[in-house]
Design a protein around this ligand. Structure first.
Ligand code: GRG
Length: 306
């Protein structure tokens, strides 16, 4: 017989599979051909969004809705919106003017598969389509305006784009002490990676009509897993470098960019990851047992291999 905890875990795993199916079906519908939509542009958008990614952010939206007692079906358009913005940011990040990457999710990047102009415009169109998608039902009417405002802020100049600008500008290059460098590094990651994770959770909560303490708990959880996600991302890159046959190549470290293992060493980065996971667990306390799938996700991020 399954213990209660094991039963909750297998329920969470089943939810995760059906959530990914629901998310991909809704994204496919939102990215359909329609009058005025050029076929090649739509093909590039679908290629960018529906590739083999983890769908972390849209899953967070649906998990947060559930954790706040809502119906995840109400949050599906918010889930699509955050994944569209995530996909746009990856397409633009890969462009020659930024990271100049040839591969993403194990396949040619959008500008390699199509061309640079199409990649730029596909990213632009995804950003706009995200907001158009978000405001339509089933997003609850009372959630639409705050969700729009929060998502625009998270994707805007003070967060996603601002973090990207500072990262590319190499503000980390100035020599300074370890603590100050760590703080600068986290200021970038909180904006570039963390803000979209936090807002995903908050959008899900808004769709459930969550109260301020629930929103605060999810924001603190999001902040911790956002950093945890980045630390484990850097550790995976470092492992890829160390083995040379690893699943990926640590391009950031190759490019001399500052990373957690680069700053703290691998062992201390692992200790820090465990500390962030504890921080995430503590943040969820106000949500009680309804937060079990989010606890499971923390463990998955801590142990992830891609
Ligand atoms: C172009 C405005 C603009 C921003 C780009 C997201 C981003 C900012 C850059 C990506 C660079 C990067 C590799 C960051 C590390 C963390 C991260 C966001 C990884 C990619 O997210 P995953 O692992 O991707 O969730 P999948 O493919 O699973 O969706």
């Amino acid at each position: 017989m399954l213990t209660e905890a094991a039963a909750e875990m297998s329920e969470a795993a089943a939810d995760s599979v059906s959530d990914i199916e629901a998310i991909d079906a809704a994204l496919t519908a939102a990215l359909r051909e329609a009058p005025g939509r050029p076929a090649r542009l739509m093909e590039a958008m679908r290629y960018a969004v529906l590739g083999p990614g983890k769908r972390l952010r849209p899953r967070l939206v649906l998990m947060a809705t559930r954790a706040c007692g809502g119906d995840p079906a109400d949050a599906i358009n918010c889930a699509c919106a955050v994944e569209m913005i995530h996909a746009y940011s990856l397409v633009h990040d890969d462009l020659p003017a930024m990271d100049d990457d040839d591969l993403r999710r194990g396949r040619p990047t959008v500008h390699r598969q199509f061309d640079e102009m199409t990649a730029i415009l596909a990213g632009d169109a995804l950003l706009a389509l995200a907001f158009e998608t978000l405001i339509w039902p089933p997003t609850p009417v009372q959630a639409a305006a705050p969700a729009c405002r929060e998502l625009a802020h998270a994707a805007g100049p003070g967060m996603l784009v601002g973090g990207q600008v500072d990262d590319l500008a190499g503000v980390l290059a100035a020599p300074e002490g370890r603590e100050a460098t760590l703080q600068r590094l986290e200021t970038i990651h909180r904006r570039k990676t963390g803000a979209m994770i936090v807002v995903s959770l908050r959008l899900g909560a808004l769709c459930a009509g969550a109260k301020p303490p629930q929103l605060t708990a999810l924001s603190e959880y999001g902040d911790a897993i956002g950093l945890l996600f980045q630390v484990t991302d850097d550790l995976l890159d470092a492992a890829g470098d160390a083995t040379a046959v690893g699943k990926r190549v640590g391009k950031d470290q190759d490019a001399g960019k500052l990373t957690y293992p680069g700053l703290l060493g691998v062992k201390e980065s692992r200790t820090y990851a465990a500390e962030l996971a504890k921080r995430a667990t503590a943040a969820l306390k106000p949500l009680g047992p309804a937060a079990e799938p989010l606890h499971a996700l923390t463990r998955q991020i801590l142990e992830r291999d891609r």
